[in-house]
Write a protein that binds this ligand. Sequence first.
Ligand code: CA
Length: 420
Amino acid sequence: WKNTYSPYDSGALKGKAVDDVLAGRHSLKSHAENTGLVHRTTPATVPFEEGRTYRVSFSYQTNIEGQWAWVTGADRVADGKTTSRDITRDVLEPALDTAAYSREIVAGCGDTWVGLRKLGSARGADLVIDDFTVTDLGVAETGAACAAVTAPNGVELSPGVPGEYVTAFTNHESADAVNVGIALPGLPEGWKAEVKEKNGNLFESVEPGATVRTAWLLTPPAGTTDTSPVWKVTATYAHGGDTKTVSAGARVSVTDEPVLSPGSMTATADSENTSSGPGEGPVSNVLDGDAGTIWHTDYTASQAPYPHWVTLKFGGAADIDGFGYLGRQSGGPNGRVADYEVAVSDDGKDWTTVVGGTLEDVPRTQRVSFDRVRASYVRFTALNALNRQPYAAAAEVRVYGVPVELPTGYPPGERPAGTR
Ligand SMILES: [Ca+2]
């Protein structure tokens, strides 16, 4: 049966939430968790042995895209401290009917574990799993791949406009990773992937612990508006005589109107709180594509009074006609902006106000429009807060428009075959 009478929310979730139980009498359900690791195995509950291959499988249902990932991780103990990190991360696609997950892993890189990670902050995100099974498939042909590749979450692109998309490779092996090649297999038909720097997706050698980044330019074709395609970012490298590949799921949103890619802009603000960790305070959080991380004005060292502002510097001049504000999605009402002004500038010094008004307390991006103008900067000035406290905050901001000069790149380099 479907959970049409959800006990915790008879409104928005009614008729849409996942089942409480998939099979038999018991399943494990996670409801509206905070972001982070929700549950995982330990060496005592599932003793993975280094150098062996295992199949990890389960059945599941979930209701909102981009909220949950199934993770393979490893713990390492050094100097009396345990460090834990994700090795692989598979984002689980929405499935309102029971779906199956299965993946083969090679244990190693420390004490291997598997578990569930909450990625997003969408309201009412549920995941229920059952029939969790680990099958020992014997000794692996190659050692565990301990490096990691990451893709940005929540990037927006516009049809026909090359947008910035930065992937990262970190070498967690004990020795150099050589002949590293980053690729985007499974990119949908018609999409164009370029790299900003020639051969920017190839690295001769990456030292243990080091991270290297690849700046891509992705261009969705016409007709992809309002889609959220998925693919994989892979890194192939040689280490210890083996060729290894690690991968991560990737997703972007193709918007219904041109938007300047967040990665092409830099943000500054009049005030930033610095005592609450990276997820609350820094103004760079308004461009990271994560609704769960916010800019918040200082409330530790001082309580700067209104007005507050965020200035966005573009990668170059752009023709723009709108601004988007996503208020904080959790953690209380402080900082949700009421009255605002948006101004534009060519040089970051002389400003022209193009629109003003009052924002609402809604869980979506509020887009305000103005007459098309060419500019290199936008400044969002918050005049007061909905709750009349002295704080301002934002989860994400956007500028709608098209760069005057579209960025250009190079075809990605081909990784040479062989280990070196
Ligand atoms: Ca954010």
